[in-house]
Write a protein that binds this ligand. Structure first.
Ligand code: NAD
Length: 498
């Protein structure tokens, strides 16, 4: 890709292609990629069709037999090479990511690119330990299991952290010996196509393909394709439900990383200095457009007002602006439509009784950013936790603060939401924090921290947040099935037929 920078903004001169069977394919129709900082069109992306999906699945199916036969040391070497390639584009990637979805450039450089590289390094280690088991069935039999790749994996990812999301799917799926067709979000396709493009120098043609286009058309055609052996999806809960209906007929297995509503429970003995930092990171990093965001803060009544005041005072000082400006702490939301949806949810919560304590408005920005999709970091006080803000996923920089007095009641309140992705407890009493954590219906619980997701630690949810785990050694098994081979060592048979 040639990023022409004009003056320091990315712009692409030619349409972004799909990549199918190692070839770049520019389609007849395109759709615009819009820079949410300015509202300007900065690239045109190929609008794929079901026929492109057909070609991509067949290219991946053709590449599968040779790829599954590669040795584990070869796969290790190639996965490591991907991490190296990412490192060599260290300056270009943050510009691309910040232009694409409004992620502040300081975070794109500090978090997105190194994390994606680290995911490939992690699975390049994991792949060397891919093995089956011997099952002790007595002296008359030799029984072994082996993990088998599934075939063609469809990997569908959202717009909020495209590079990390696609790395979380590609690295374990490839490590297990599968080939992949990726479908990025129509709101953030360019970085994924660019990533798959550089992978063509690493993997044989057809091992990794990418199709672009909208969800209902291209995404649906992909998940419904009979040649797709597994669907690995990260995105909204409603889309996940629709995909499950589409794959039900052919019983294709799925991995579902869906929405979340992260609650942080703050006990009376918590250290408010640390909590304040964790709250700000948990809800305002990545513009709050994170499934793991700590969007709901439940504070013991004895600390409620003081923590609320601290958080609001800090939220009011956050620098909001152009995602490409290194001093920006919160950038624009991904689109004006999404910004308007988030703002409407804030208004509905206020209407239902929540009090706006910070933000809730567009920032005052220079002329060239007026068409961007900005919202100031917003804090809603809803002490009783009775408004929609306590259970809905906003997916933006909006925090709801509630008060509690009784431990059983606050646990019920957290467990009362449909989602079960990431929750947290802050307390100086670790035994107590652990007891609360144990009772939370949640795939992940953080104690005295937020967002800690080192590789090796499984990531994923329960309830409406989905199923399946990413980021752990066992994730590679999500992309395999177990085959058993039972060899008889005993020629004698019981006399059943005499
Ligand atoms: P989305 O569900 O609208 O889209 C995700 C992907 O699915 C996109 O590629 C889209 O084109 C495709 N798609 C849409 N409709 C489809 C259909 N009917 N069939 C097949 N594919 C279809 O989600 P989004 O708005 O891009 O992302 C935001 C959501 O993602 C939030 O709910 C967020 O919580 C969730 N998310 C979850 C995790 C996690 O790890 N649990 C991580 C990031 C984001």
């Amino acid at each position: 890709m040639t990023l022409s920078v004009a003056p320091e903004r990315a712009a692409l001169e030619t349409p972004v292609p799909q990549i199918i069977g190692g070839e770049e394919a520019i389609g007849a129709a395109t759709f615009p990629a819009i820079d949410p900082s300015t509202g300007r069109v900065w690239a045109e992306v190929t609008a794929g069709t079901p026929a492109d999906v057909e070609r991509a699945v067949s290219a991946a199916a053709k590449a599968f037999p040779a790829w599954r036969a590669t040795s584990l040391d070869e796969r290790q070497r190639l996965l490591w090479a991907v991490a190296e390639r990412l490192g060599s584009g260290a300056e270009e990637w943050p510009v691309l990511l910040a232009t694409e979805n409004g992620r502040p450039i300081r975070e794109a450089g500090l978090i997105d690119v190194p994390t994606a590289a680290e995911i490939f390094r992690f699975f390049s280690g994991v792949v060397r330990d891919l093995h089956g088991q011997t099952v002790p069935c007595g002296p008359g039999a030799h029984v072994v299991t082996s993990p088998q790749p599934l075939g063609v994996v469809a990997a569908l990812v959202p717009w909020n952290s495209p590079l990390i999301s696609v790395a979380h799917k590609l690295a374990p799926a490839l490590a297990a010996g599968n080939t992949v067709v990726v479908k990025p979000s129509e709101l953030a396709s360019v970085s994924t196509v660019e990533f798959v493009r550089i992978l063509q120098d690493v993997f044989p043609p057809g091992v990794v393909n990418v199709v672009t286009g909208d969800g209902p058309d291209v995404g649906r055609a992909l998940v419904s394709h009979p040649g797709v052996a597994k669907v690995s999806f990260t995105g909204g809960t409603e889309t996940g439900r629709s995909i499950l209906r589409d794959v039900a007929g052919r019983l294709a297995p799925t991995l579902m990383e869906l929405g979340g509503k992260g609650s942080m429970i703050v006990c009376a003995d918590a250290d408010l200095d640390t909590v304040t930092e964790d709250v700000l990171t948990g809800i305002f990093a990545a513009n709050g457009e994170v499934c793991f965001a700590s969007s709901r803060l439940l504070v013991h009544e004895s600390r409620y007002e003081s923590l609320l005041e601290r958080v609001c005072e800090r939220a009011d000082r956050i620098t909001v602006g152009d995602a490409l400006d290194p001093s920006t702490q919160v950038g624009p939301l991904v689109s004006r439509a999404h910004r308007d949806r988030v703002a409407a949810r804030v208004a509905a919560a206020v209407e239902a009784g929540a009090t706006l304590r910070a933000g809730g408005v567009e920032p005052d920005l220079p002329e060239h950013l007026r068409e961007g999709s900005y919202l100031r970091p917003t804090v809603l006080a809803s002490p009783g936790g009775t408004t929609s803000a306590s259970c809905e996923e906003f997916f933006g920089p909006v925090l709801t603060v509630e008060s509690w007095a009784d431990e059983d009641e606050v646990v019920d309140r957290v467990n009362g939401v449909a989602y079960g992705l990431a929750n947290g407890v802050c307390s100086a009493d670790l035994a107590r924090a652990f007891q609360i954590a144990d009772r939370l219906e949640s795939g992940m619980v953080w104690i005295n921290t937020w967002f800690a997701t080192p590789l090796g630690q499984p990531q994923g949810g329960v309830k409406a947040s989905g199923f399946g785990r990413e980021g752990a050694a066992a994730t590679v098994l999500e992309y395999t099935t177990t085959k058993v081979v039972h060899t008889s060592l005993d020629p004698t048979r019981p006399p059943m037929w005499t």
